[in-house]
Design a binder for this molecule. Structure first.
Ligand SMILES: [Cu+2]
Length: 329
């Protein structure tokens, strides 16, 4: 999944199917890792971090979320060989490593067992580095860059634009309603429901924030389907749609948004293999932050609160300025 993002950065989409397959493997790996960590936690009364040496190959990276995907061998005493994403807190390292690099590093497990990352990353062999191709394809945005606009059709069949939410902190994610993977779309929607409840507790914050869930399965996810799906996460309360839209768009605009926000999706046996992409768009229409694999509802809620009140740094809060970007591409 992150590997395909790296491919796309270099204008190469040939590895997409293989990468989509890898993405499903990663999911299983993550389940396995969770199980391993739970076991470790149960057996060790811990209040300290633990480190395990890792050697492997970088197969993808996401500079916007600070993650690299590593295919690694057995880690004695910790886990068997697999490929999975890791956070690297030192962002210079994420800039430096390239797909194909062999690395050595330490996996650090924090006090909270879901909190793990790589430290002391050294590139041990860069001879297999995947060469960059030019010209570069359109790429994922970085925080601070202006988000594109797009027209969408929401759960009421009404046309809305990303630019309609200028002046608010807008949290956007992507799902498809038939998703069978509990750790992906159902997690995104249930956690967005939790965020919605949290935001609602403060009317001031509530009025300055908005949630938007976009389907990447527009053929199946019609407005009626999205409406029912949305209601199931709003406890049947349709007044919630005033603060949380469920929408879809045409394939061209979906592709543009996916590119800008680092979303990958691929039809696969009547299902859709995909990664996770969450983007927070600030009131001035710029990207405040991205998340992919590592996030919590609490973290997202706090970031929205912060963004909603961090106005005044930019003059460009007006809708026309935001919308102008559509023609700029
Ligand atoms: Cu899904």
């Amino acid at each position: 999944m992150l590997a395909s993002f790296a491919n796309e950065l270099e204008g190469d989409s040939t590895g997409f199917a293989a990468v989509a397959e890898e993405s499903m493997k990663l999911t299983k790996s993550q389940f396995r890792l969770t199980a391993v960590i739970l076991l470790l936690t149960a057996s060790i009364a811990c209040n300290r971090t633990r480190k395990y040496p890792l050697q492997g190959e970088v197969i993808g990276k996401n500079a916007a979320t600070g993650e690299i995907t590593v295919k690694h061998g057995d880690i004695p005493g910790f886990m068997s060989a697999m490929a999975m994403p890791y956070r690297v807190k030192n962002l210079a390292v994420v800039q430096e490593v390239q797909p194909g690099d062999k690395i050595a590093a330490n996996v650090v497990i924090g006090n909270d067992p879901s909190d793990y990352w790589l430290e002391d990353v050294r590139i041990t062999d860069e001879s297999a580095r995947v060469p960059a191709k030019v010209p570069a394809a359109p790429r994922m945005l970085m925080p601070g860059e202006r988000a594109p606009d797009a027209a969408l059709t929401n759960q009421d069949g009404r046309t809305i634009h990303l630019s309609d939410f200028a002046g608010k902190a807008l949290l956007v994610t992507f799902i498809y309603t038939r998703c069978p993977m509990p750790d992906f779309c159902p997690r995104l929607s249930s956690q967005f429901a939790h965020i919605h409840e949290e935001l609602r507790k403060n009317p001031d914050v509530y009025s300055k924030t908005h949630l938007l869930t976009i389907s990447f399965d527009p053929k199946y996810d019609t407005p009626a389907v999205l409406r029912n799906y949305g209601l199931s996460y709003l406890n049947g309360d349709q007044s919630g749609f005033a603060h949380w839209d469920f929408a879809s768009t045409n394939p061209a605009d979906l592709g543009r948004l996916a590119q800008a926000f680092g979303l990958q999706y691929q039809d696969e046996n009547n299902q859709i293999s995909h990664n996770m992409s969450i983007v927070l768009i600030a009131p001035d229409g710029t990207v405040a932050q991205f998340w992919s694999t590592f996030w919590t509802a609490t973290e997202l809620t706090e970031s929205m609160r912060h963004a909603a009140h961090a106005t005044g740094q930019s003059k460009k809060t007006d809708k026309e300025e935001f919308r102008r970007l559509r023609t700029d591409g």
